[in-house]
Structure formats: structure tokens, C-alpha cells
Design a protein around this ligand. Structure first.
Ligand SMILES: *Cc1c(COP(=O)(O)O)cnc(C)c1O
Length: 403
């Protein structure tokens, strides 16, 4: 409610709050109103929520590194030595040597020539895609791409063609029919789709793209750190590390810190430094965060058991839910486990029920996913004890039998 007192008593009142109030009521009626809740004290696989410690199956902390004390100590050391902020955009005076050290380490991990750090994955996608495609170009975008990819496509002013999710035959038909009408073509996909947990078959995608002279852009937010023999991600998993043109990864998920990077050739990175607006016009990320990420990368590399554990637990839960006849999708050992409910209101009621029983799981509804496909999104972490995973399985089966 706006204050009845005003600095300018003769002005007509603003109509904003009443309009937004109507809009909020409409969202609520559709089960689409979102609200923040406080989540405190993250510890391996659990959080404090409303005073209760609950098992956290909603976060993307796949390797359990977000609360690792070694990562926190690495940040602490640099905080003490260097202070908090980068204090400027990296192109001005905010480029610290540790940013470049992290970029070199990420390039080595991903098997690409260069990487470029951004403050977040969202910012990579809204900066890199418009830098690479413009009016007269065409972008082929998977129907289930993340909001940041969709926004990047919109900002680009290129013609955007959406192809059915993971349907590379349909993509190939579209390329064959109309690729020649455009200057550049960019194919935008996710390595591991964030809401369905399935993988883009990159080994099939790359030859199709090359054949039609299209560039490949893979957002590997959920594959980075988890997939592939060394945790390099989806490109390593599918054996195409050197064949994808642009790869994006976030540091806020499996690596447990914050920020993101884009990787590829030297030409790509040099070009983005000059043309990606969300890189140029934003403050460099805190040097301490880069130090934390370097430590997280080191741990992820030497503690390969974390990758095995997350897959093992995912396989275990998925098997159990499938055996109970629940609608679970995604690869057998995929670390994102979607459980289809359908209706948005019912999905959120199920989330609340699980919460009361000590389990925090994600509830995903439109516009994040298409109407009628609201779902629970369970994400597995290497630090969830096996007994806890089994307890979640039993609780899910019980709760979903009731509703
Ligand atoms: C989470 C996510 C992002 C955003 O990354 P942030 O670093 O959290 O901004 C981008 N793309 C996909 C596919 C994601 O899942």
C-alpha cells in the first residue's frame, strides 16, 4: 500500500500498486505466484528452513562443494589479501590475475583454447548469443532451452526457429529447407536440460551442424563438473570436446561458487571481449570468488568419488520410483530427476507435503515448463547419504499414493 502522505499532495495518485495487485491475484489463482523463502545454514546436503533442518534435494549443489570448508578458506584468504570487490569492469581496472588464472584452468578442464568469465550464466547467454547472431542470421533453439537462452535469442534480433526438444531429425529438415536464406546459423542447446534432466546427443548434433555450416552453442550449466570421465561435462561425455564452437558452463551449480564462463577458440573469446555487452558493461566478479572456484575445481578433480556418488544415488532413487510406477524421466543415472505431476497447484501442494516431512524438493511450473507438465524436480548430491536417498524414495511413493 502506498503511503497516504506525499511530497507532492496535489499529484494524482500512482496507479501502479493497484494494477500490480490485480496481476498478483491473477497469478495466485493460477498457482503461479512465486515467493521467496529463507534458506539458511547450508551444510552437506541439508539446509535450515523455518527452524527445521531439512534434506535438500532442490539445489544444484551436485558435488556437495557449496559448503565445503576448503572452498570457503580459499575465498577467505583472498578476501583478506585483496578485499571484496573487483571495483570496475574487467576492461577498465577490474581484471585481477586470479580471473585469468581461473580462465586458464577452466580452459584446460574443458579442453578448449580459451574461456572468458562472466558474473553469471544468465549474463553469458544474454551477452554471447546477441554477439554471435544478428539480423539476417538464424538461430535454431531447442524447445526446452533455459530462459536465459531464450532471452539471448530475443535480444539478438536474429530469426529464431524453435525445434522440438532433442529432435535432431526435425532440426536437420529445418536446416535443409532454409539455412541458405540466412547469413550465419547458430544452433543453441543445453548439454543437460535443466528441467527434464536428459542430454542433448551432441555426437549427432555436431556433424549435422557442420554439414549445414551452422555453429554449435552448448549451455552445459548442469553437465559441468558432473558428466564425463574428468567432470569436464557433456562435451567430454559425448567425445566432442574440440568440436563444439561455443560451450557455456556455470560455476554456481556443481562447483558450488558463483559466476560462469564461455569457452571456445581464441577468436571467439577475443571477439566476445569486444562485443558481449553483458561482459563489457558489468563489474568484474570478486577475486575471492575466483579463488574459491579454483579450489572447487581442484577438489572436483582429485575427488572423483563425488561424480560416481551422485550418479550412483540418482540411479538408486530413479529405479525405486520407476518400480513404484511413478512417471520419472531422464537417463538412468542422470542427476536431475523430474517426477511429472501435471497440475501446477497440485505440484506445489506436494512440495509443501514433502517439506513437512523433512524433504526440500523443487516444484517446477509454468512458465519454467509448459502448462500441464508441472513436476517435482529432485536433484541429487554426492553428499546425500544413501539412507537419506532411500527415505526420500519411500516418502515420495507414500505422498504420491495419497494425492
Ligand atoms: C542455471 C542456468 C543458467 C544460469 O546460470 P547462473 O550462473 O545461475 O546465472 C543458464 N543456463 C542454464 C541451462 C541453467 O540451468
Amino acid at each position: 500500500m502506498s503511503s497516504p502522505f506525499s511530497d507532492h499532495p496535489l499529484l494524482p495518485p500512482s496507479t501502479m500498486n493497484a494494477a500490480l495487485d490485480d496481476a498478483l491475484r491473477a497469478l495466485e489463482a493460477q498457482g503461479l505466484k512465486r515467493a521467496l523463502r529463507q534458506v539458511q545454514q547450508r551444510r552437506a546436503g541439508t539446509v535450515l528452513l523455518g527452524g527445521d533442518r531439512v534434506a535438500d534435494f532442490a539445489s544444484n549443489d551436485y558435488l556437495g562443494l557449496a559448503s565445503d570448508p576448503r572452498v570457503a578458506r580459499a575465498a577467505h584468504a583472498v578476501l583478506q589479501a585483496e578485499g571484496t570487490g573487483a571495483a570496475a569492469a574487467r576492461l577498465i581496472s577490474g581484471n585481477h590475475p586470479i580471473h585469468e588464472a581461473l580462465e586458464h584452468t577452466l580452459a584446460r578442464l574443458k579442453g578448449c583454447d580459451y574461456t572468458l568469465l562472466f558474473p553469471s550464466g544468465y549474463m553469458v547467454n544474454v551477452g554471447a548469443i546477441p554477439a554471435l547472431a544478428d539480423r539476417g542470421d538464424v538461430i535454431y533453439s531447442d524447445a526446452l532451452n533455459h530462459a536465459s537462452l531464450i532471452d539471448g535469442c530475443r535480444l539478438s534480433r536474429a530469426t529464431v526457429r524453435v525445434f522440438p526438444h532433442n529432435d535432431l531429425d526435425a532440426l536437420e529438415r529445418m536446416l535443409a529447407a532454409e539455412r541458405s536464406q540466412f547469413r550465419r546459423a547458430l544452433i543453441v542447446v543445453e548439454g543437460v536440460f535443466s528441467m527434464d534432466g536428459d542430454y542433448c546427443p551432441l555426437d549427432r548434433l555436431v556433424p549435422i551442424a557442420r554439414h549445414h555450416e551452422a555453429w554449435t552453442y552448448v549451455d552445459d550449466a548442469h553437465g559441468t563438473g558432473v558428466l564425463g570421465a574428468t567432470g569436464a561435462g557433456s562435451l567430454e561425455h559425448f567425445g566432442v570436446s574440440r568440436d563444439v564452437d561455443v560451450v557455456v558452463g556455470t560455476l554456481g551449480k556443481a562447483l558450488g561458487t558463483a559466476g560462469a564462463y564461455v569457452g571456445g577458440s581464441q577468436e571467439l573469446v577475443e571477439f566476445l571481449v569486444s562485443r558481449a555487452r553483458s561482459f563489457i558493461f558489468t563489474t568484474g566478479s570478486p577475486p575471492a570468488m575466483a579463488a574459491a572456484t579454483l579450489e572447487a575445481l581442484r577438489i572436483a578433480e582429485v575427488e572423483g568419488w563425488r561424480r560416481d556418488a551422485v550418479r550412483d544415488r540418482a540411479r538408486r532413487l530413479r529405479r525405486r520410483l520407476l518400480a513404484a510406477g511413478l512417471q520419472v524421466t531422464g537417463p538412468e543415472d542422470g542427476h536431475i530427476i523430474p517426477l511429472l505431476i501435471g497440475d501446477a497447484v497440485r505440484t506445489m501442494a506436494t512440495v509443501a507435503d514433502l517439506r513437512r516431512r523433512g524433504f526440500l524438493v523443487g516444484g517446477v511450473r509454468p512458465p519454467t515448463v509448459p502448462a500441464g507438465t508441472s513436476r517435482l524436480r529432485i536433484s541429487m548430491s554426492a553428499v546425500h547419504p544413501v539412507e537419506l536417498v532411500d527415505a526420500l524414495g519411500a516418502t515420495l511413493i507414500d505422498v504420491l499414493r495419497r494425492v
